[in-house]
Ligand binder design. Structure first.
Ligand code: ADP
Ligand code: NA
Length: 327
């Protein structure tokens, strides 16, 4: 197996959707077997760059913890922890922020987009890529599973590792991207957009805790086109191709195999087949989330143990950094 340390974070947005699961979490589970050291963080410091209702945030953190465990994150093989409980994230972020120029951050696409939506963004929203760099470097992480939309933020982390090392000595290895090979799952109501928790259309997003009836209903109503034959052609037939993507990923078969199973079926009949594959895949996860959520004390103790293990690793890197800086 390769050497190195995997780090990734996910915001506590409550229960993940099918796109999060197939595009990110499934790969997180696989990486536990491939790398000797793996850390997954519920990044609550990042989530407060947007206003959050406190009771809801607290509940979302536990929901995310339950979801990650139910999807197969194993606290024996991965350190699963809550970012805000490891104060070294904020401390290293400050030090790295002092090595980051304003124009460097101003040019990142997410700032351009989100600050425009909000008219003006907070300082936290502006500097959160620096906090992401700190999340990664705090553990001297080497392999970072990211979506394509995060590649430029990882480049900032790489730059900051280099800038720090040049100024203070060789402390940080260069973190490398592990890009997900899964195709983006698209919105069921607007297949030109990715499936997202913020999709405004009803029925566009499948949550991993949706009931079998909800899943079947949403897929039955998924936007397709007027050709009844099933083909995989994302450019000209994004709707039906999205169903093929979902089918192949949930049934763990190739796209070709998914299309061949659709032979002779019209889109209506194919939707039933896809719904069955999704239901079969998500049912054990949904049941496990329900079970875990009925025992908040257990969830809190899993997180608390992960927090301690992360604190220990972080403390040693932070004190090395502090010595370098002259503190
Ligand atoms: P959302 O767009 O719903 O806010 P996030 O941006 O929080 O989701 O994404 C969390 C993780 O899930 C990221 O690694 C991202 O690349 C992945 N992801 C999100 N949406 C999808 C999707 N529709 N298809 C595949 N992966 C996705
Ligand atoms: Na995103």
């Amino acid at each position: 197996p390769p050497n190195g340390r995997v780090f990734s974070g996910i915001q506590p947005t409550g229960v993940p959707h099918l796109g999060n699961y197939l595009g990110a979490l499934e790969n997180w589970v696989a990486l536990q077997d491939q790398y000797p050291s793996v850390l997954y963080s519920i990044v609550d410091l990042h989530s407060i760059t947007q206003p959050q209702e406190p009771a809801r945030l607290r509940n979302n953190i536990l929901d995310m913890a339950a979801s990650l465990l139910a999807c197969g994150i194993d606290p024996e093989r991965a350190i699963l922890f809550q970012q805000s409980k490891v104060s070294a994230h904020a401390e290293l972020s400050w030090i790295l922020g002092c090595l980051t120029s304003m124009p460097r951050l101003r040019h990142l696409p997410q700032w351009k987009m989100k600050s425009k939506q909000k008219n003006e963004g907070s300082v936290g929203l502006f500097t959160y890529p620096v906090l992401q760099a700190a999340d990664i470097l705090l553990y001297k992480s080497t392999h970072i599973p990211v979506g394509e939309d995060q590649v430029q933020h990882l480049e900032l982390a790489q730059d900051l590792a280099r800038i720090f090392n040049n100024r203070y000595g060789d402390v940080f290895p260069e973190p490398r991207a592990l890009l997900s090979s899964t195709r983006k799952v698209k919105s069921l109501r607007d297949p030109s957009a990715k499936m997202s928790k913020s999709d405004p259309h009803a029925g566009a997003t499948i949550s991993i805790t949706d009931s079998p009836d909800d899943i079947a209903f949403k897929i039955r109503r998924a936007v397709t086109d007027f050709t009844s034959e099933v083909t995989f052609d994302p450019e000209t037939r994004p709707g039906v191709s999205n169903l093929v993507t979902i089918h192949s990923a949930t049934a763990r078969i190739s796209l070709e195999e998914a299309v061949s199973q659709a032979r002779g079926l019209d889109t209506g009949a194919y939707k039933q087949l896809v719904a069955e594959a999704v239901i079969q895949r998500l049912t054990p996860i949904r049941e496990e989330i329900q079970r875990l959520k009925s025992d908040a004390a257990h969830l809190e103790s899993v997180l608390s143990r992960g927090n301690s293990r992360a604190q220990e690793l972080a403390a040693s890197v932070l004190s090395e950094v502090q010595r370098c800086v002259g503190f």
